[in-house]
Ligand binder design. Structure first.
Ligand SMILES: [Zn+2]
Length: 86
């Protein structure tokens, strides 16, 4: 009777940011250093308010999330990304 180990977060997949993939895009691409100059790519990892999306939403692994956060902060400093929108 091991029926209750179905860990399905389908309830969360109503939002466009909670798609079913939980794979780190950077691991897939074998990226080991996230470049702050790729701000168009980084933009996908920040909300419309300029905040960095949590790993829950993007599926990024801990290692890459740290690297990503640093890249976003650097990009912000160079005005490639907003600190906050509006
Ligand atoms: Zn990763």
């Amino acid at each position: 009777m091991a029926d209750d180990n179905l860990q399905d977060d389908d309830a969360l997949s109503t939002s466009p940011y909670h798609r079913k993939r939980r794979i780190c895009a950077f691991c897939v691409e074998k990226v080991d250093h996230i470049d702050y100059k790729q701000h168009e790519m980084l933009r996908r990892y920040v909300t419309e308010h300029g905040r960095i999306r949590p790993r829950r939403q993007t599926g990024t692994c801990a290692r890459h999330q740290r690297s990503l956060a640093a890249a976003v902060k650097r990009a912000r400093h160079l005005a490639l990304l907003p600190f906050v929108a509006d």
